[in-house]
Design a protein around this ligand. Structure first.
Ligand code: HEC
Ligand code: HEC
Ligand code: HEC
Ligand code: HEC
Length: 146
């Protein structure tokens, strides 16, 4: 066998050997136990703290607000989209355990003029539209045309 072919074969054997050794160290412990993924990730994900609750749960105590919202343009927005995760507040219903933002910038997150945003959501320029007051002084957040 010519020398340069032999050298190539030796090089291949070394590279494959290194690959097999590295593989032992790099593949996570429980990989492949059930399928092409890390079996431990199932338990890890199941153990995350629960932060959000079913959207219907807020209406158990705030049925008036839920009913109001149902009749207005915000009807499809989940309470927790504006008020943040609700699980803690449901276990212990105090104002400290729930977000309540009232600044103009908060409404601007969805409504401020932005050419990249779908025109499905009505846009205003928060630096021009009735700048003398907060949005909620004119628009009820749960029924914006009241
Ligand atoms: C078990 C009954 C109960 C449930 C369920 C509940 N709340 Fe409340 N919530 C209350 C009570 C009681 C208060 C008034 C607390 C106070 O003023 O001391 C309150 C107050 C609030 C406030 C006002 C906080 C503030 O700073 O004034 C918001 C916002 C709120 N809830 C949102 C929600 C959302 C969103 C959900 C669903 C994720 C929810 N609540 C589910 C009982 C509940
Ligand atoms: C578009 C955003 C938005 C959505 C969606 C929303 N809220 Fe609110 N919510 C607000 C804002 C802003 C305030 C503060 C209003 C104020 O201080 O006058 C508020 C205030 C409240 C309060 C305090 C009492 C009051 O009337 O001011 C409660 C309770 C509340 N929301 C519950 C809910 C529940 C329950 C849902 C779902 C059915 C919900 N909110 C959906 C923005 C929202
Ligand atoms: C999570 C995104 C989101 C947030 C936050 C939000 N809105 Fe909306 N808003 C919408 C969507 C979606 C609609 C329904 C589509 C539409 O009419 O623009 C809507 C509709 C409206 C409308 C009716 C527009 C029309 O002529 O149909 C008003 C007014 C309004 N929102 C005001 C507010 C105010 C005030 C706040 C802050 C308290 C707020 N919104 C926060 C998404 C949002
Ligand atoms: C002084 C009262 C007042 C304040 C404050 C106010 N608005 Fe309005 N808003 C109105 C009136 C009246 C209209 C309808 C006439 C118009 O389009 O200007 C309107 C219209 C809108 C519309 C619908 C626009 C459209 O194209 O149909 C949206 C969305 C809206 N406002 C969001 C907001 C947001 C977000 C804020 C806070 C940054 C805010 N408004 C502050 C009175 C107010």
């Amino acid at each position: 066998m010519p020398k340069h072919i032999l050298r190539l074969i030796i090089l291949f054997v070394i590279v494959i050997g290194l690959f097999l050794v590295a593989r032992q160290f790099l593949i996570p412990e429980s990989f492949g136990e059930y399928g092409h993924y890390r079996a431990n990730s199932i338990e890890e994900n199941a153990n995350h703290d629960i932060k959000y609750v079913d959207r219907a749960e807020c209406a158990e105590c705030h049925d008036d607000i839920a009913a109001l919202k149902q009749g207005g343009p915000h009807k499809n927005i989940n309470c927790q989209t504006c008020h943040g995760p609700g699980n803690l507040h449901i276990e212990d219903p105090t104002p400290e355990n729930i977000v309540k933002e009232t600044e103009r910038e908060f409404c601007g997150r969805c409504h401020n003029k932005n050419a990249a945003r779908a025109k499905l959501i009505k846009q205003i320029d928060i630096n021009e539209h009735n700048i003398e007051s907060k949005c909620i002084e004119c628009h009820n957040p749960h029924e914006p045309w009241n």
